[in-house]
Ligand binder design. Sequence first.
Ligand SMILES: Cc1cc2nc3c(=O)[nH]c(=O)nc-3n(C[C@H](O)[C@H](O)[C@H](O)COP(=O)(O)OP(=O)(O)OC[C@H]3O[C@@H](n4cnc5c(N)ncnc54)[C@H](O)[C@@H]3O)c2cc1C
Length: 459
Amino acid sequence: MDVETFLAELKDHLTAHQIILDREGLSHFSYDATEQRFMPHVVVLPENTQQVSAVMRLAYKYDVPVTPQGGRTGLSGGALPVHGGVLLSLLRMNAIIEVDEKNMQVTLEPGVISSDLQQELKKHHLFFPPDPSSTVESTIGGNVAENAGYTRAVKYGVTRDYVLALEAVLPDGEIISLGRNTVKNVAGYDMVSLLVGSEGTLAIITKICFKLLPLPLKRITLIIYLNDLVKAADLVVSIFKAGIIPSAIELMDNISINTTADHLGAPLRREAEALVLVEIDGHHEGALREEANEILALCKGIEGLLEAKIALDDTESDRYWLIRRETLPSLKALGKDHLEADVVVPRYQLPFLVKAIRALKYSPAIKIATFGHAGDGNLHVTILHRRRNFAELSEAYTILEEVYKKTMEMCGSLTGEHGIGITVKDYLPLQMSESEIALMRRIKAAFDPKGLLNPGKIF
Ligand SMILES: Cc1cc2nc3c(=O)[nH]c(=O)nc-3n(C[C@H](O)[C@H](O)[C@H](O)COP(=O)(O)OP(=O)(O)OC[C@H]3O[C@@H](n4cnc5c(N)ncnc54)[C@H](O)[C@@H]3O)c2cc1C
């Protein structure tokens, strides 16, 4: 790589305030939510697609690696410049270009913060369901690149289900438009879906068009405490068996409950082994009340129920959903290191996954917190340890591998929403055959023959 000549020519395309070279500035962009750190040679902050294209063209010419980055909330290290080179931050491309109420669509740049989009759409009485718990920091571009999930994915699907069209810049600087702003489109291969979830390894996403839904008018939250985590998983399965599709079903185990209660000062039932939060939404209060009562009746039939109640009002609902959203930050605030398995299994396997996690043997120095999107069969198994203590670190990795192996036995996936990045790539062969990985490598080479875009990720 010829960084010196690259930098000399870069100044013809970007202004001085769009290029960061000082150590403190570089350091700010060198880490993400994995808390791993890799220094880039330079950070660039383009403000439009032409500038992204110019950076890519130059980087391609001088063999300089480029790592795209959004809000740095990624949990698999996808936005870390592991090979140095250019860190391309999309944070300044943050315009909501058009809210098209007639077609129920929004077109926007990738650097828009997730919660800013949510606020804007509320003004138009429109609903964009994908809203990860990292909403106040994550960007739309990062969500698309990771195919982010969120609490309501159980009813509304994941980010990919809302992307109609994309503009992107290829590693050699060419600007391409993919997809159409139509509800249906089956012309050719589904290139939009290929880019969604590609973790910034195929192209830089510079513009996105999402489809939207009408805002649901009513919602009810149920708060359910149990004294057994497996019974809680059984309850999740039985709600679906009863023909009810909630808009969210989330699970927190005893460690998650207590850690979040401590961190937020929230009055949760600390003796409970499980807290299940269920949300149902729609347009008719009466129909929702009926479903909520059905869920309460199901709860009463479950041995180990401590309490099941309907939240009094939106304020109480919001309080519980905030508690759930703050689970990971609360665990992080404990000051321990954490390894996280973002595993997902077919929903009916959830009780078996929970049993397998409970059966793990580990020393008292290690703690395992389990929480997540139970309605999707997606749990975040968080192994708390001290990285500097070699015995604890190696034990944590042994547990992580065991969780992955159990997940594979249940026909699940290594990651439901956080991606492969650098943290899961060594385990990919547990899930994918050699030929499947080879095919992915050929796709990567077709987009990025020099291997310069986000190198060291996924493979
Ligand atoms: C507290 C907390 C809660 C979270 N909750 C959820 C959750 O509910 N659901 C969920 O799915 N995830 C969750 N995450 C993980 C993370 O927030 C998501 O993966 C999010 O989508 C990442 O967005 P970001 O803007 O921070 O991306 P970054 O971390 O900056 O980047 C993520 C990946 O996207 C690529 N990328 C970023 N922008 C672009 C672009 N414009 N073009 C091409 N590639 C790009 C990067 O190269 C990288 O590979 C959570 C994380 C935290 C810390």
